[in-house]
Design a protein around this ligand. Structure first.
Ligand code: SAM
Length: 223
């Protein structure tokens, strides 16, 4: 039996999904279905659940954030995910975006997180939400995750100073990397990077975004 509160949370979430559809942000049935299957309130701490339907980033442990729903939808639509694709996410955070990806591709998804506290947080969220095909890998995601490469898609959910070379190396030819890149710590441009046959890339810019920094060997310096 669902409680009254759960029904309220779900109702508020459904309204947000409708707004994102009406605004042309959610454009595909695949993304719509994933959003309805895994509402953001399943991936935040109890005290933030009532705000999960507000279209803004929310705090998660270790001073990080789970992105605003519209930003997650934009990145998923840009990625053009299809069933069976091999996808890597960099920046697990709460595990929400990885769950949406996994729901669309219906195969195992690997997601790398550098902060151990968030590795645990995401794993708890995934278990509670009943997600079985997301695997959280602790470590520096700027190095990619070679054991499961090459990837059809790589989605980076933290802001990089430049495109990390290992991520291009681990893309299939024709594969796509979605990544916020900018020389400023908290402001980036959202890039869609396609790997071409000769190993070079074609880059399309999709406007300004604001993500927490991608910290690592091919990212910003940090501990
Ligand atoms: N995708 C997440 C979600 O659905 O909740 C939100 C990601 S949050 C905006 C960015 C995350 O990237 C943070 O959890 C941060 O610790 C992580 N991060 C930053 N640099 C990283 C790196 N080099 N490797 C892996 N994770 C990194």
């Amino acid at each position: 039996m669902r409680t009254e509160r759960e029904e309220e949370l779900e109702e508020a979430w459904r309204k947000l999904v409708k707004r994102l559809e009406a605004g042309g942000i959610i454009r595909s049935e695949a993304v719509r279905e994933a959003f309805l299957r895994y509402p953001r309130y399943l991936f935040v701490e109890e005290r933030y659940r009532d705000y999960a339907h507000v279209d803004e980033p929310l705090p998660i442990p270790a001073g990080q954030t789970v992105s605003a729903p519209h930003m997650v939808a934009i990145m998923l639509e840009l990625a053009g995910l299809r069933k069976g694709m091999n996808v890597l996410e960099v920046g697990t955070g709460s595990g929400w975006n990885a769950s949406l990806i996994a729901h669309i591709v219906r195969t195992d998804v690997y997601t790398v997180e550098r902060i151990p506290e968030l590795v645990e947080f995401a794993r708890r969220n995934l278990e509670r939400a009943g997600v079985e095909n997301v695997h959280v890998v602790p470590g520096d995601g700027t190095l990619g995750f070679p054991p499961k490469a090459p990837y059809d898609r790589i989605i980076v959910t933290a802001g990089a100073p430049e495109i990390p070379e290992p991520l291009i190396e681990q893309l299939k030819v024709g594969g796509k990397l979605i990544i916020p890149v900018g020389r400023h710590h908290v402001w980036q441009e959202l890039l869609e990077v396609v790997k071409l046959e000769d190993g070079s890339t074609k880059v399309k810019k999709h406007g300004g975004v604001a993500f927490v920094p991608l910290i690592g060997r091919y990212g910003w310096p940090g501990q």
